[in-house]
Ligand binder design. Structure first.
Ligand SMILES: Cc1ncc(COP(=O)(O)O)c(C=O)c1O
Length: 378
């Protein structure tokens, strides 16, 4: 298969091959934790122990590296484990610059846990490049991009931020969970590393947890080696069956995401015109402040949106309480639509507005989703 093949083709074929011994077209999970040595003690088949490498993980990593255009990929047990590995790979006392709107788990991880280990985190509005430039005037080890951001769907200009970050001598990492390689290619835009919660669109069915780092061709080799070391020695690796599920689901990711994004665009239009909705955060809308950048770096507006209902926290809770088809649940990227009132779960220190509801758009029919939201909004 040509590396230049289209992403839909790569999603189906990368990391997969017909089994040479049985002819099986679909791979099976290899659950073994340990692998036989050769008579001379060598490991000519490449596998030693499933914490350090496993056949299903190797296949998943090959596929993810291919889709993101990276040198190699490292699979982890969750998105948070992948993020933690990046922070663990920094020197003690390093200063990191993060966006102000960001997945709250990432914010808590870097502030609460890595703060205790001396990592200093600054949170900056990434849509304001002057503010970022100012933040980077101090020595910075890492610039962490998340675009679209969770939950306000702010758009960060990856190419501009990568240039600034690189000029400051920082490692540039982009959390590409919400866009996926189908919509955005952060490594081509200048990031050193693309990060994923594979739990979301790559898994796509709300039944497997995972994370990944895809290391770009010009990522400093010592960083890549340290990340691999944290993966193997830290041991927060995905089980073979989880890797198998993720690779299986990856094949349909482009088709799912394209359909989900088309529905999300229509829902964003419906919500923007609704009198009970104060604001819709969806980068596909021409009114979104990051729309022009999104058009440059995203193939579509994606399948996530958030909206602020007229009223306060209680008004938003009431709307969430009335959905019947859409499920009230955290997480995103699955085939079923999920709605979440974010503020109560993010905590008092979160900048998320009280009246914001986040919607992960699934594969249901648009008319049924509109009817459900119409009813919920009252
Ligand atoms: C943008 C983003 N990054 C990272 C994560 C964390 O991933 P996981 O739950 O797989 O640890 C999430 C989870 O919602 C997310 O939305």
């Amino acid at each position: 298969m040509k590396k230049s093949a289209h992403l839909d083709t790569l999603a189906v074929h990368a990391g997969r091959a017909v089994d040479p011994t049985t002819g099986a077209v679909a791979a099976s999970p290899v659950l073994a934790t340990t692998f036989e040595r050769d008579a001379d003690g060598a490991m000519s088949r490449g596998f030693v122990y499933s914490r350090t490498e496993s056949p299903n993980r190797a296949a998943l990593e090959t596929a993810l590296a291919t889709l993101e255009g990276g040198r190699e990929a490292l699979a982890f047990a969750s998105g948070q484990a992948a993020t933690a590995a990046v922070l663990q790979a920094l020197a003690p006392g390093a200063r990191v610059v993060f966006p102000d709107d960001i997945y709250h788990g990432t914010r808590h991880l870097v502030k609460q846990e890595f703060g205790r280990w001396g990592i200093v985190a600054d949170f900056v509005d990434f849509s304001d490049l002057t503010a970022v430039t100012k933040a980077l005037a101090q020595p910075t080890a890492l610039v962490w991009i998340e675009t679209p951001s969770n939950p306000r769907l702010k758009i960060a200009d990856i190419a501009a931020l990568a240039l600034l970050g690189r000029a400051a001598g920082a490692l540039v990492v982009a959390d590409n969970t919400w866009a996926t390689p189908l919509l955005t290619q952060p490594l081509a835009l200048g990031a050193h590393i693309a990060m994923h919660s594979t739990t979301k669109y790559i898994g796509g069915h709300s039944d497997v947890l995972g994370g990944a780092l895809i290391v770009g061709h010009d990522c400093p080799p010592e960083t890549a080696a340290r990340l691999r070391s944290w993966q193997k020695l830290g041991g927060a690796v995905p089980a073979p069956f989880d890797c198998w599920l993720l690779l299986r689901s990856l094949a349909t990711m482009p088709v799912r995401l394209r359909a989900q994004s088309a529905t999300a665009a229509k829902l964003a239009g419906f919500l923007a015109a609704h009198p009970r909705v104060e604001r819709v955060n969806y980068p596909g809308l021409a009114t979104h402040p990051g729309h022009a950048i999104a058009q440059r770096q995203m193939a579509s507006g994606g399948a996530m949106l958030s909206f602020e209902v007229r009223g306060d926290l209680a008004a938003a809770r009431a709307v969430a309480g009335r959905v019947q088809l859409i499920t009230r649940a955290t997480s995103l990227g699955g085939v079923e639509s999920l709605l979440e009132h974010r503020k109560p779960i993010e905590g008092a220190d979160s900048p998320t507005p009280d009246n914001l509801l986040r919607l992960s758009v699934g594969l249901e029919h648009i008319d049924d989703l509109i009817a459900d939201l119409q009813h919920a909004l009252g």
